[in-house]
Design a protein around this ligand. Structure first.
Ligand SMILES: [Zn+2]
Length: 182
């Protein structure tokens, strides 16, 4: 068995990470590639059914999971040649899962993830994975306040403890507006 690849799409909130995963997914679908699409199990912001919805409205079912390693011996994993992980920062075992999937099972692994939280603290699993990825694409949003390149996620109310929370609690902001609001 050959080895696969690891491709990351990272950036702040609203940077289009999931959209890039969907674009990749649509390309792979035209090649009849068997795909396993994984979302974090408590990510129910956009739909009660775990699906990725393309711009044309086509829905791809996702497997909801809290951790990834138990998938390694599952039929849906073994039968897929491409593995997609959305919201990768939420998985505590992402690094090992992606590495083993690519290096021991020959899978092509695509991950969309925040690189840091709103305090610009690195997500360790993402930082480690960036170091061994074939490709890391840093994506950007538009600053909510001035429209220039947004690098960071800013939380509107520090007192709200919600872990995943609604996207409406966050703004994508440029460096200048991040610095003027923290
Ligand atoms: Zn700005």
């Amino acid at each position: 068995m050959g080895v696969g690849t690891i491709v990351l799409y990272v950036g702040c909130m609203f940077a289009g990470k999931t959209s890039r995963l969907i674009e990749t997914l649509e390309v792979l679908a035209t090649k009849q590639t068997e795909m396993l699409i994984i979302k974090h199990s408590s990510d129910d912001r956009y739909s009660s059914e775990p699906v990725l919805v393309t711009h044309t409205g086509k829905q791809y079912p996702c497997v909801p999971r809290k951790t990834l390693m138990p998938l390694l011996e599952q039929p849906e994993f073994l039968n897929s040649s491409a593995i997609m992980v959305d919201e990768g920062q939420f998985f505590p075992d992402l690094y090992d899962f992606a590495r083993i999937s690519a290096e021991c099972y020959g899978k092509d692994v695509y991950v969309g993830a925040l690189d840091t939280n709103y305090k610009r603290k690195l997500f360790p699993e993402i930082a480690k994975l960036m170091a061994i990825s074939d490709e890391t694409h840093k994506l950007f949003a538009k600053c909510y306040y001035c429209g220039s390149k947004a690098l960071f996620s800013m939380k509107l109310d520090e007192s709200i403890k919600e872990h995943i929370g609604g996207a409406d609690m966050y703004r994508a902001v440029c460096r200048k507006h991040y610095c003027s609001n923290v």
